[in-house]
Design a protein around this ligand. Structure first.
Ligand code: TRP
Length: 457
């Protein structure tokens, strides 16, 4: 197979699944999922979330991977190739922009993880179980402008380094070794967390649904979170699909990636929520600090806790890295393909742009009142960016991708692409109904209602 040197390719199906899972599994699973479950009342949210993965996530993932493998291009180039001369290319541009902004605020949180790794190594949490103390440590830490900006820059630099080493060398190798290790460590920690004193209230919250809590805002949050966690709606999976070889089975790869990702998210709920309740933290108001306050409480309650803490923060950091790599790869692949810049120049310039976008996010959590309340009392630059470019544009992007595939490119071309070298697309009729009707209508209703409820009403 002749490949453009600057594009690269996955070395095997397992390589792709692990890289795809590496993209999907990240802070979205370990940091954002438990936080959002906490804010949205627990078990009911989890049920809605699982439905979103099945009804939206899987069909859109198959759609994105097929578009990518068919065209072997970045999202903008891919859509231009499939619908030349149309306005559909703006869906690709929206993805490139979304990628830059998600990467910027995501790197701030990833920087916190690195900071917590350092704190754990230094023994700062040994024997601390009082949530008031872990809360204060967190607040002081994120309010320090120098440290948070430095750590953000560090993480952006790390991501750029991996991207410069190219696709299969950098991304694939990292994921292959470390994702399975993360799984094992989470299982051990979940067992410890679930047996803490007072943990059962957390399990109850997580597992017994109270349907009176169901509301449309929660459905939007679940939808946004499902798309975010599966890396959908901005062309990451188009880009990753473009590195996939024709003999691989897109459908089964997508099922594996969705399964792994959802499994890790659910598992981190079993680590974080029991600990949250055991420590007496209120999950509905804790915000982005939730896991940083709760996790130290688990480590101080187990033999060798410091070691487990160091292990966990290391692995979360690496999971975040395999995700940031896939986020920044979208703008980079766009510039490499469409502007014909070298990979090096593309990576460095995109990294610099996102660093500039990241600084206000780093300053949003106590360092600067201005950015902390930029969009009104308590509505920080960070909060708004992570909602608009973490939920809304991903939902919009997925809506357009589903409509594009269902109505313009047509599902028969997805089937053709999937079956290119002898693989079989199961349940074609179901898939067609999903991308043509179910996914787009579902997103449109939730999205439309939210816009009406929050802005127009
Ligand atoms: N899914 C990743 C996580 O859960 C983040 C991520 C990677 C992402 N690529 C993406 C989110 C593309 C949205 C779109 O941490």
């Amino acid at each position: 197979m002749i490949e453009n040197q600057d594009r690269g390719a996955w070395s095997s199906k397992l390589g792709f699944i692990l890289a795809g899972a590496g993209s999907a599994i990240g802070l979205g699973n370990i940091w954002r999922f438990p936080t959002i479950v906490g804010e949205n009342g627990g078990a009911v949210f989890v049920i809605v979330y699982l439905l979103c993965v099945l009804l939206l996530g899987l069909p859109v993932m198959i759609a994105e991977l097929s578009i990518g493998r068919k065209t072997k291009k970045n999202p903008v180039g891919a859509i231009i190739e499939l619908a030349p001369g149309s306005s559909w290319k703006y869906v690709g541009y929206l993805g490139v922009l979304t990628g830059l902004i998600i990467f910027s605020w995501y790197s701030v949180i990833a920087g916190w993880v690195v900071g917590y790794l350092y704190k754990t190594v230094a023994g700062e949490f040994n024997n601390i179980v009082d949530p008031a103390i872990t809360g204060t440590i967190f607040e002081n830490f994120v309010a320090d402008p120098v440290i948070t900006i430095f750590l953000t820059a560090f993480f952006i630099g790390l991501t750029s380094y991996v991207l410069l080493k190219g696709v299969s060398g950098g991304i694939e190798k990292t994921s292959k070794i470390l994702m399975p290790l993360l799984l094992v460590l989470l299982v051990v920690l979940a067992i410890r967390a679930m047996t803490l004193d007072g943990a059962s209230a957390g399990l109850d919250f997580y597992l017994s649904p109270d349907f009176s809590k169901l509301n449309i805002k929660m459905v939007l949050a679940a939808m946004g979170q499902a798309l975010f966690s599966l890396s959908l709606g901005m062309g990451t999976m188009i880009t990753y699909g473009s590195y996939l070889s024709k003999k691989e089975d897109i459908v089964s790869s997508a099922v594996w990636v969705c399964g792994f990702d959802t499994g890790i998210a659910i598992l981190s709920g079993f680590v974080v929520l029991p600990a949250v309740f055991a420590m007496g933290i209120d999950p509905s108001t804790a915000g982005p600090g939730l896991i940083f306050q709760a996790l130290p409480g688990i480590f101080s309650e187990m033999p060798g806790g410091q070691m487990f803490g160091v292990g966990l923060f290391t692995l979360i950091g690496i999971a975040a890295l395999t995700s940031t790599v896939s986020i920044l790869e979208v703008p980079v692949a766009y510039v490499v393909d469409e502007l014909k810049w070298s990979r090096r120049k593309s990576v460095i310039s995109m990294a610099l742009v996102s660093f500039v976008l990241a600084v206000p996010s780093a300053l949003s959590n106590g360092a600067s009142d201005f950015f902390g309340n930029l969009f009104g009392e308590g509505q920080s630059y960070f909060t708004v960016m992570s909602t608009v470019f973490g939920d809304l544009t991903l939902a919009l992007g997925s809506l357009f991708i589903a409509v594009f595939v269902g109505w313009i490119w047509k599902s028969k071309n997805v089937f053709k692409e999937v079956e290119e070298e002898g693989n079989v697309f199961p349940m074609k009729g179901v898939y067609e109904i999903m991308v043509k009707y179910v996914s787009p209508i579902f997103i449109a209703i939730v999205f439309g209602y939210t816009v009406w409820d929050q802005i127009l009403k």
